[in-house]
Design a protein around this ligand. Structure first.
Ligand code: ZN
Length: 290
């Protein structure tokens, strides 16, 4: 059954991956895994996620969000907040809260930043936080969900009437080519979205979505992944460059990353020829008025 349509819509086989089978819903175009069960222990023990405990820099979509003005909006909840380093940057402008199912990251964020963070899901949190938030952000989290419809209903209940949902997910036409296969597959990603499946999913749950695909930051990240694919030795450099602390290698990698802006800037006009956009979809969704 498609977890977005929640109907016995016709599905076609896509591939087998480890103990999982991936299907595509013919009705909405979502690729989903069966089985799909989130295990917090997996995230708490996996080196890629445990490393987030360090002070990672903000991603391009965090910066795009910070550059936007949402008039009259005062309360912000970040779903999938990891350590809360993004919320820590937002706390001057909004009253902030965060949630993540990785308990070790939550504990780190509470200790380091003194933020109000919870190890909960929207399905649980909405029971006590109904209509409490003007803005909910959800970056690179929806693709990890086993019950996306329940997840979005929880978010919708927590938003106030004119609330705004800002989210990003990997953009399947591009991410399937550029992300390492194991990272874009279960048990990491149970869902692979494209603009069509995401728009239908949001609409079905009472949101109208504006999907943006051509931000410069999105191109820089996409371009970095293209280069990483061409140079396998550079593939893991991003993670080592992101962590705190001093080392010469880290310093050099960081400098290279800054210089990367130059070729990305020169090739940016070409990016506009890609109809599908970059490696991630950036969405601003508003509740449809009843
Ligand atoms: Zn479907």
């Amino acid at each position: 059954m498609c977890p977005s349509c929640e109907l016995e819509a016709p599905c076609v086989f896509v591939e087998r991956w480890m103990d999982f089978t991936l299907f595509k819903c013919v009705r909405c175009d979502l690729v989903f895994s069966s089985p799909s069960v989130i295990d917090p222990v997996f995230y708490e023990s996996h080196p890629d996620y445990a490393q987030l405990e360090r002070d990672v820099p903000l991603a391009w979509y965090h910066k795009v969000f910070c550059g936007k003005r949402f008039n009259g909006k005062k309360t912000l909840l970040d779903v999938g907040c990891a350590t809360g380093n993004f919320l820590n940057k937002c706390r001057g402008r909004y009253s902030v809260e965060g949630m993540d199912f990785n308990r070790s990251l939550i504990e780190y964020g509470k200790r380091e930043y003194g933020l109000m963070l919870s190890a909960a899901s929207p399905q649980e949190y909405c029971l006590k936080k109904r209509g409490c938030f003007d803005i909910i952000t959800c970056f690179e989290t929806l693709e990890h969900q086993s019950d996306p419809a329940g997840f979005l209903r929880g978010i919708s209940l927590m938003l106030e009437r004119d609330g705004v949902l800002v989210l990003t997910v990997p953009n399947r036409p591009i991410s399937s080519r550029l992300l390492p296969k194991e990272m874009d597959s279960p048990p990491h990603h149970f869902l692979r979205w494209n603009a069509r499946s995401l728009r239908q999913f949001l609409r079905r749950n009472g949101f109208s979505a504006k999907i943006q695909t051509h931000h410069f930051g999105n191109w820089v990240f996409t371009f970095e992944r293209i280069v990483a694919l061409a140079l396998p030795s550079a593939r893991n450099s991003y993670r080592s460059v992101d962590v705190r602390g001093f080392s010469l290698k880290r310093l050099i990698l960081r400098a290279c990353r800054r210089l990367f802006i130059v070729p990305a800037l020169l090739t940016y006009p070409i990016f506009w020829l890609f109809p599908t956009g970059g490696i991630q979809l950036f969405v601003i969704a508003r509740r449809v008025k009843e």
